[in-house]
Design a protein around this ligand. Structure first.
Ligand SMILES: Nc1ncnc2c1ncn2[C@@H]1O[C@H](COP(=O)(O)OP(=O)(O)O)[C@@H](O)[C@H]1O
Ligand SMILES: [Mg+2]
Length: 322
């Protein structure tokens, strides 16, 4: 029996509206940033699934540019946090300040209260600040001195970081990487793409010229449509079987968590919506498994780093799709 709420709830008009919203955002980002199709697609999946995005790559490949381009494309409140070792949790979440005239404390919200928050160079922040930030990403509210403040909707954190070997950085603990729906690796552009980029960008910052192309309500409507995509019960069982397979793998110390499964399910629904479907398929799960799960798996000490992708490929190959 299907649980309550599993009925098909995405109307064709909602599908069309969501496609329009995503198409506009993608086209706008492309005006300013050279980005691979797969990366842009994952970015939209995360946006629709109300997930947070970790962009990880070497310096100078366009991480910050991509995050700013997405933020500028949405007519939403945008905030940017540049991480340094002396950034305090209160600088991110906000703080109570004393109002002399009214003789009482009042809450001054931090940048985390914006709709789109770019957290640049996250692994330069101290562990304490990282954990403060990641906690409210999960909870979607902030508690300061017993008072709880709800965060805005939509709420998307785009965090960037350089690969962890760099000096003077604090690698995110596994439990915190798990808070991100997906980790995107941008990669270097193709030689022709890079030459084109040089030509297009030599005159200045193209991202700064971008104008918003969708309203906040359009984003919320597209997110609601994604949440309404139909998932048949066997597809949930399929996801659970894939997760379980990663936990049994001998190259793995810690397999994908139930939270990882939940995020994979939400992402699969978002991918279905982007494909113009009102229902999700095993194909959605397979296409997103690596993007959503790879960064959460903790490998056994003896496994080499390429094992991450292999673990997932093997799980998908071994578990029969419906
Ligand atoms: N793929 C790209 N598309 C467009 N511009 C890029 C790209 N990669 C780098 N740039 C340009 O190079 C500069 C550095 O990019 P930035 O986003 O700050 O890199 P990162 O954050 O990865 O260190 C920016 O001026 C940006 O416009
Ligand atoms: Mg940067």
């Amino acid at each position: 029996m299907e649980p309550v709420g599993a009925a098909r709830t995405v109307a064709p008009s909602q599908l069309a509206a969501a496609a329009e919203t995503c198409g506009r955002v993608a086209a706008n980002i492309r005006r300013a940033v050279e980005v691979r199709d797969g990366v842009l697609h994952s970015l939209l999946v995360a946006l629709l699934a109300e997930g947070h995005i970790l962009i990880e790559d070497y310096p100078g490949v366009g991480k910050t540019a991509l995050a700013r381009a997405l933020a500028r494309s949405l007519d939403c409140q945008f905030a940017r946090v540049q991480c340094t070792t002396d950034l305090l949790p209160a600088d991110v979440v906000g703080t109570n300040v004393y109002n002399q005239r009214e003789q009482r404390f009042e809450f001054r919200p931090g940048p985390i209260f914006a709709n789109v928050v770019l957290v640049d160079e996250l692994n330069r922040a101290s562990p304490k600040t990282q954990s403060g930030l990641l906690e409210c990403m999960q909870e979607r509210h902030v508690t300061v001195d017993v008072h709880t403040h709800e965060l805005a909707r939509p709420f998307v954190v785009l965090a960037t970081q350089n690969p962890i070997e760099l000096e003077g950085t604090y690698p995110l603990p596994e439990a915190q990487v798990d808070r991100f729906l997906c980790r995107l690796v941008l990669g270097y552009p193709s030689a022709s793409g890079e030459a084109e980029m040089l030509a297009a960008h030599e005159s200045g910052d193209r991202v700064r010229e971008l104008e918003p192309v969708v309203r906040r309500d359009d984003v919320l409507a597209a997110q609601d449509a994604a949440a309404g995509v139909f998932v048949a019960q066997p597809l949930r069982q399929y996801i659970v079987a894939v997760l379980d397979h990663t936990r049994q793998d001998r190259r793995v110390e810690l397999g994908a968590s139930p939270r990882a499964g939940l995020m994979l399910l939400r992402a699969a629904k978002a991918r279905a919506l982007l494909a113009g479907r009102d229902h999700s398929l095993p194909d959605d799960v397979q296409a997103l498994a690596e993007t959503v799960l790879a960064h959460r798996i903790v490998l056994a000490p003896e496994a080499d780093s390429g094992a991450r992708a292999a673990v997932l490929a093997d799980a998908l190959a071994a578990v029969p799709a419906l």
